[in-house]
Every structure is written in structure tokens, then in C-alpha cells.
Ligand binder design. Structure first.
Ligand SMILES: [Zn+2]
Length: 238
């Protein structure tokens, strides 16, 4: 076989996880790096290795070209504004934003659409406020339930637009979450809540901490992987 997939992995480049697929190609003359056009969400690269090159050399090239890769991936991910006709995810399912005439500034989900009433110039803010509200309504009760399971009292819950992290837990038990989590599949949001609530018991990432996370949510590994591969793409909406 001329071209064979030999490894699928992910590397962290300046805080962004990039999916890497390594191929062996006995006709290749040198190590070749290119963007993975098929990767979901556009955060992947393909490395082709000639017979004599090791996997390590391939991965080293990815790290070496980190700046170029991040630039390329950034340019490839189109921004999706909150606007009439655009498609945005809600709990991992695509919905189309539709501006409807009249009515007061109400936003509601109906079928596969997010209907936004009121003046079009307020649509962006309304959709964003709606997402933040959904985030709070989904996150707050989960925090309460999970904290109760750990016999801990959570402090204040803040919903914000954080670029660098999905959630955080302060020393005095205040929790903060990125509203964009409500665009991810439910299991992913649930994991992030479990992660931050587990910090109410353990302010580190030791074995005891991960034990509690595992007790509080269903699929830790799957959620972490989803965030690694797709998390960055949630920042292109709005
Ligand atoms: Zn943590």
C-alpha cells in the first residue's frame, strides 16, 4: 500500500488542540505537512512520512510549524455572526436563526429554528442574551445537584464569555462558566460543570479530584476529547 494511516493523535499548540493524522507513504521523498481538509471543525493537520522518517520526526515538524498551522486554521474557520439565516449550534444540534417581524424582543426555539422577534438591529444582542440565559438555566441546577452530591456549598455562579477556559472555581467557591458551553453537546457542558464543582472538594487535578469528576458526570474522556477537537470552533459564533 502506498499510503497508510499509522497514527491519529492531537497536539497542543499554544493552547489550541490540533488533531494530527500521520500517514506513511513509501513514495514520499520527505516529511510533508498539510491541513486536514476533512477534519471536523477544521482543526487538523496531516503529516506524510517517507519510509525512513520516524513518527517523532513528523510530530516535531508539527510543533516546529505551530505558528503557521494556527494561522491557517484560524483563517479557515469562517466567523458565523448572529444574523438572520445563519446556522448556530445549541446543545450540539444546528439551528437556523430567523428574524421575525413584530412582537416584542422574544427569542424562542421552534423546530430547527431560533426565532428572534423585534427590531433586526437588536438581533445580535438578543441572541447572545438568550444563549447566556440558556447557559445559566442549564448550568445553575447542575451545579446545585452536583455540589449537593459532594456535600459542598457552591458560591456565586457567573456566566461570561471566556476565551481561555470553559470554567473556573475560585478559592472561595465561586464558579464561572463560558456561555458558549451551551452550544456544545449536553454531555460536554455536564462534564465542565462536574469539573468545576469537583474543585469545591479538591482544588487540584490529582487522582482524588478526577475520582469526583467521574462520580459527577457520565463521560469524562469523551467530553474532554470533544473540547480538544471542537472547543475552539465555538468561539467563531456571534
Ligand atoms: Zn480544573
Amino acid at each position: 500500500m502506498a499510503r497508510e494511516l499509522i497514527k491519529e493523535t492531537a497536539l497542543e499548540l499554544a493552547g489550541t488542540w490540533v488533531a494530527v493524522r500521520l500517514f506513511r507513504n513509501n513514495r514520499a521523498r520527505r516529511v510533508i505537512l498539510r491541513l486536514d481538509e476533512g477534519a471536523d471543525g477544521g482543526t487538523g493537520v496531516i503529516v506524510t512520512l517517507p519510509n525512513r522518517a520516524s513518527q517523532k520526526e513528523g510530530l516535531a515538524l508539527v510543533l516546529d510549524k505551530a505558528d503557521w498551522i494556527l494561522n491557517q486554521l484560524d483563517e479557515r474557520l469562517p466567523r458565523v455572526p448572529f444574523a438572520d439565516g445563519e446556522t448556530v449550534p445549541f446543545f450540539g444540534v444546528d439551528y437556523r436563526i430567523r428574524s421575525i417581524a413584530g412582537g416584542r424582543g422574544v427569542v424562542r426555539c421552534e423546530g430547527a429554528e431560533i426565532l428572534v422577534a423585534g427590531r433586526p438591529e437588536h438581533l445580535v444582542r438578543r441572541v447572545k442574551d438568550w444563549f447566556k440565559l440558556q447557559a445559566r438555566e442549564q448550568i445553575a441546577p447542575r451545579v446545585r445537584d452536583k455540589a449537593q452530591a459532594l456535600d459542598r456549598r457552591p458560591g456565586r455562579i457567573t456566566i461570561r464569555d471566556t476565551k481561555s477556559r470553559w470554567g473556573s472555581c475560585s478559592h472561595d467557591g465561586n464558579l464561572s462558566f463560558c456561555w458558549r458551553l451551551v452550544m456544545a453537546p449536553e454531555a460536554v457542558l455536564d462534564y465542565v460543570v462536574a469539573h468545576e464543582v469537583a474543585h469545591l472538594a479538591e482544588l487540584n487535578h490529582g487522582p482524588k479530584f478526577w475520582h469526583w469528576v467521574g462520580e459527577l458526570t457520565a463521560d469524562v474522556a469523551g467530553a474532554k476529547k470533544w473540547l480538544r477537537l471542537n472547543g475552539e470552533a465555538l468561539h467563531r459564533y456571534g
